[in-house]
Ligand binder design. Structure first.
Ligand code: ATP
Ligand code: MG
Length: 552
């Protein structure tokens, strides 16, 4: 983790609250709506909420904000739990806003009894017109002065299913001239005859977000209720409801949403990408979802490190995805097993090598005890990367060309003597000789070469599929461009290499392991793999090829 950092504004507030004895412990919550998979923005909120109660005494609840029956599914609940655990956090209680429906109903009744809520028969258009504008006061609904008794019986009838969707709503009675538009008699309950993923058909009225959220916080004695900036104007209503109901005074604090370059970070937009098949699913490795990043090979450590480095802000900004990739690269460099894979092969035949097979000892990752030395078969016929050979190279080209010498990683120095081509002029084979006295670790040749190439033995190589990913969008901030964000999808974001050649050790690849394919990047096994066909995802390139490309 990074060195001593100054406190963020929430840590400052919390330290003051703890010092003053306002709280003995702090309680936070992560409140996802189960209507999609979690994305990198949620990861920020998770690291923040859970991180605070790791640092300070207290705990964090996982509360599913499932007050909208229409968009929610159990599949999402399960994925959200898996993602939080994978990120390395543990919640104290698993809770559902829907578990509070009875209590919330009672809260609504309390408001009615205090003369602070009324049933309104106006249509949604009428209610919208009544609201006025920021510069013009609203007007009272003609139903505003119903008696408490009438309101109680109408609200009970709403609950009993006597009315159709939209026929009536329950509104808080605050002030139609309030400077905060959200305080102009906001709707707190609506009728919705819909099946709920947990409560089934028990309810046909559902609380609005503003009526459920603060009350749920209060029921759980949440001390610091952290949300994103768009809820700033809601805070007044949040406080008003808690005060009128005289319940535990939770407090709301806001921070800026996390946005990242070259992607979109809204479940609604991500759902479009999935439904319209621009990607293969929520966990398509190009998606900014946590499940996609996991599948692609990102580690929880690197995502936490990223969130830590970026910190939290009070103003919206877009973070360079390059920083996330940097964190991923740093972690993988430490833990990845080193292997050799040739993505685009050209055959090398060592004319002076006998037909026997020799086993070359190769060092693994020096930082990782699990990546011990391994033996790699070496023989007369090898594959090297096509791009590591040039017939007419420019100056300072240190790889292979006619007459040049290079080292094959952990093995011998070879020299290229002849280029064999097919009828169309494509290079099909390179005839080379090797220097027997140049073996790595025991090199007495006295020859120094500048290029070292990765390679595999043709007779032993395992064919694997490799998937290379690029940015999903061509522009930094697709949501801020003209027209539909989907017009900016990068058509070349996935490149599939059906037949790459891997050293035989990769036959035993495991899902939990991370690999560095020498000179090619970091890779992991994809879930589409079968025993007959191993598929690898490129998690991230070795160097920041993208940033360099941009500077050109
Ligand atoms: P989306 O617009 O993608 O649907 P949301 O805010 O509606 O996001 P919720 O499931 O309601 O998603 O959010 C759960 C928690 O995650 C909330 O506290 C929310 O503030 C936080 N969150 C969501 N997106 C971001 C983001 N981009 N950056 C930081 N926090 C976020
Ligand atoms: Mg939402």
């Amino acid at each position: 983790m990074s060195e001593e950092k100054s406190l963020n504004f929430l840590e400052e507030i919390i330290e003051t609250d703890l010092k003053n004895g306002k709280y003995k412990q702090i309680i936070t919550r992560f409140p996802p709506e189960p209507n999609g998979y979690l994305h990198m923005g949620h990861a920020t909120s998770i690291c923040l909420n859970f991180g605070l109660t790791k640092k300070y005494p207290g705990y964090t609840n996982l509360r599913f904000d499932d007050t909208n029956p229409v968009t929610e599914e159990t599949e999402y609940v399960d994925s959200i739990k898996a993602d939080i655990k994978w990120l390395g956090f543990e919640w104290k209680h698993e809770l559902y806003a829907s578990d509070y429906f009875d209590q919330l109903y009672q809260f609504a009744v309390t408001l009615i009894k205090k003369g602070l809520a009324y049933v309104d028969d106006s249509t949604s258009e009428e209610i919208a017109t009544q609201k006025g504008t920021p510069t013009q006061a609203g007007v009272n609904s003609k139903y505003r002065d119903r008696s408490m008794e009438e309101n109680i019986s109408l609200f009970e009838a709403m609950r009993a299913g006597k009315y159709k969707d939209g026929e009536k709503v329950l509104r808080a009675k605050i002030d139609m001239a309030h400077t905060n538009m959200l305080m102009r008699d906001p709707i707190i309950y609506r009728i919705k005859h819909a099946h709920h993923h947990r409560t089934g058909d028990k309810w046909c009225i559902y609380p609005m977000y503003d009526f459920a959220h603060g009350q749920s916080d209060s029921i759980e004695n949440i001390t610091h209720s952290i949300c994103t900036l768009e809820f700033v104007p809601h805070r007044e209503l949040y406080d008003w409801l808690i005060e009128q109901l005289n319940i535990y005074p939770s407090h709301q604090y806001e921070f800026a949403r996390r946005n990242m370059t070259y992607t979109v970070m809204s479940k609604r937009k991500l759902l479009q990408l999935v439904n319209e098949k621009h990607v293969s699913g929520w966990d398509d490795p190009r998606m900014p979802t946590i499940s996609a990043m996991r599948r692609r090979g990102y580690t929880p450590e690197s995502i936490r490190e990223f969130c830590d480095r970026v910190g939290i802000a009070k103003r919206e900004n877009v973070v360079d995805v390059g920083l996330l990739e940097f964190c991923v690269r740093e972690h993988l460099n430490r833990i990845a097993l080193r292997r050799m894979v040739v993505l685009d092969p050209v055959k090398v035949v060592l004319t002076n090598y006998n037909d026997e097979v020799e086993y070359i000892t190769s060092e693994g990752n020096a930082d990782d005890v699990n990546d011990s030395t391994r033996a790699i078969p070496f023989g007369k016929e090898l594959y090297i990367e096509r791009e590591d050979f040039m017939e007419n190279p420019p100056k300072k080209y240190f790889r292979l060309f006619p007459g040049s010498m290079v080292r094959l990683k952990s093995a011998y120095i070879i020299q290229c003597n002849e280029v064999i081509k097919d009828a169309e002029g494509n290079i099909v084979e390179l005839k080379c000789t090797y220097l027997p006295e140049s073996k790595s670790g025991n090199d007495t040749s006295g020859i120094h070469v500048k290029g070292t190439l990765h390679w595999v033995s043709a007779a032993h190589a395992v064919k694997i599929e490799v998937r290379l990913y690029d940015r999903l969008f061509k522009v930094e901030d697709p949501s801020n461009e003209e027209g539909d964000f989907k017009e900016y999808i990068n058509p070349d974001s996935l490149q599939v290499i059906p037949n790459a050649y891997a050293e035989p050790a990769l036959k035993d690849a495991k899902f939990e392991d991370r690999y560095q394919f020498l000179r090619k990047g970091y890779f992991c096994l994809d879930k589409d793999s079968t025993t007959d066909k191993l598929i690898f995802n490129r998690t991230v390139t070795l160097k920041d090829a993208w940033a360099k490309e941009q500077k050109k």
